[in-house]
Ligand binder design. Structure first.
Ligand code: MV4
Length: 490
């Protein structure tokens, strides 16, 4: 592979170009009118304008990208994340054009793009799944009998869904019919596929995902876990590796399960297997993401492996140069997604200009970003400005470094999630490691945040009250769950 086109923008485009350069591979950037002066364009050896700012007139134009790639003698296309990265049709068109798609096969993408197809594929691979059904369901009577069997609350999910779209919690039977109707119509309009299925609703889960890597010679390894529970509205904000709660035995068990999920669809390249982990430390397979993920750097830091380099090597048909037993975890890494969003204003996008933009520097601090001082953050794309990543000998060190790095990261001209990251790093639940996917909902409010920002003395009392009220609520939920779902406790 001599020349790679990166079909993406901003930080991930720069990230991919950096590894390609390191490997002596030429690079081609693509850009929209809004990104003409973006750093990823300057970093690449060549650059192609795709069209106007909106994604569907630029970064989503698969055929145009392939056409330009052919003109420039490109022999590999890296899709990054988002945009065309999980589009099986695009992967196939790239391959058909005689260019290597740096990612898994269209077949793997297609199977894992459907939750029902994924459940079907892993069936013979001994993968723990949430109690429920693995077929699309439209019959309300059947749904009610399933609800009786697994116990409420249940969750209706769209097969084609992502990011929580088309998901409905049903607390009791008399809500089932209306919620099912809504889920089906939501899924139909959002994905053009109204297939929904039912699972037991896991009330306070952690979101743990396992990084996997597979070559084209039958070798599949995992690179341990990432803890991704700190999220809001299905958008992750803080990730870390390793998780504060996995024991070595559970880590190995989940890692092996993730490898089997990858094998179930003949996976090639870098991928991520998502699991829920409940409060009893049972884990359940959710889905597989067939791309390089935003939060891949934390896995790179704790394993010392450059995941983009590995993706390229696998795409070149090379065999992995390490086995599972060669891999181990060293140290602890944290990532904060720095979004142009205002935590004081319900995380609404905060558009504007990076009037001041100064990076923190130092040992154990890594910033993967896509902008420079003076640039506008375009409104057309994901509002992530940067990923602030810290690495220490242990979790405490990584957290301390993160606080320091946040303080040293100077952004003026718009609001960002940097202060929210500081809130998380100073929160007892986060520090103790005892938190789940409801962290933001349970502990974060504008008022508490405001007090903290102002250094107010009422903070402790207010936080304690908020905490107590939330806990009271959770206790009630747990009690309900125990009475209605005895099978899980046995
Ligand atoms: C669940 C769940 C609880 N029980 N499934 C959300 C997105 C989709 N990928 C799966 N999701 C969930 N599935 C069962 N049976 C809770 C979630 C969920 C969640 C999962 C991971 C990270 C954040 C989340 C936030 C809310 C709900």
């Amino acid at each position: 592979m001599k020349k790679i086109l990166v079909a993406n923008r901003a930080e991930i485009a720069q990230r991919v170009i950096r590894s390609a350069k390191k490997m002596g591979i030429k690079t081609v950037a693509v850009y929209s009118d809004a990104d003409r002066n973006a750093p990823h364009v300057k970093l690449a050896d060549e650059a192609i304008c795709l069209g106007p700012a909106p994604s569907n007139q630029s970064y989503l134009l698969g055929e145009k990208i392939i056409e330009e790639a052919l003109k420039l003698g490109v022999d590999g296309i890296h899709p990054g994340y988002g945009f065309l990265s999980e589009n099986a049709g695009f992967a196939k068109q790239v391959t058909d054009a005689g260019i290597t798609f740096i990612g898994p096969s269209p077949h793997s993408i297609e199977i894992m793009g459907s939750k029902l197809a994924a459940k079907d594929a892993v069936k013979a691979y001994d993968i723990p799944m949430v109690p429920g059904i693995d077929k699309a369901i439209t019959d309300v009577a059947l749904a009610k009998s399933i609800g009786k069997e697994i116990g409420y609350p249940i969750l209706i999910k769209a097969s084609a869904g992502g990011g929580g779209k088309g998901m409905r919690v049903v607390e009791k039977e008399d809500e089932l019919e209306s919620q099912m109707t809504r889920a089906i119509s939501e899924a139909t309009s959002a994905f053009g596929d109204g297939s929904v299925f039912i699972e037991k609703y896991v009330t306070g889960p952690r979101h743990i995902e396992i990084q996997v890597l597979a070559d084209n010679h039958g070798n599949t390894v995992h690179l341990f876990e990432r803890e991704c529970s700190i999220q809001r509205r299905h958008q992750k904000v803080v990730e870390e590796a390793p998780s504060a709660v996995l024991t070595p035995a559970l880590r190995e068990e989940m890692g092996n399960a993730a490898v089997r999920v990858a094998q179930s669809c003949n996976y090639q390249g870098a991928g991520t297997v998502e699991f829920l982990l409940d409060d009893q430390h049972n884990f359940y397979f959710l889905e597989m993401n067939t791309r390089l993920q935003v939060e891949h750097p934390v896995s790179e830091l704790i394993t010392g492996i450059d995941l983009v380099e590995q993706q390229i090597k696998v795409a070149r048909n090379e065999e992995l140069s390490f086995k599972q037993e060669d891999l181990s975890i060293k140290g602890h890494a944290l990532e904060l997604r720095v979004y142009a969003e205002d935590p004081m204003n319900n995380f609404l996008p905060s558009i504007g200009n990076l009037e001041t933009y100064k990076l923190p520097v130092g040992n154990g601090i890594r910033v993967d970003d896509g902008y420079e001082e003076g640039m506008d953050i375009p409104i057309y794309y994901d509002p992530m400005i940067a990923k602030l990543i810290t690495y220490g000998n242990n979790r405490e060190e990584a957290i301390d470094l993160m606080k320091k790095a946040i303080a040293d990261y100077k952004i003026k001209g718009l609001e960002t999630t940097l202060p929210f990251g500081d809130f998380v790093c100073n929160h007892d639940a986060f520090i103790s490691g005892n938190f789940d996917t409801h962290f933001v909902k349970n502990y974060f409010s504008k008022e508490i945040f405001e007090e903290q920002q102002n250094g107010g003395r009422e903070l402790a009392a207010k936080a304690a009250l908020h905490f107590y009220l939330q806990k009271k609520d959770q206790l009630r939920t747990i009690n309900n769950e125990q009475s209605s779902w005895s099978s899980r406790l046995s």
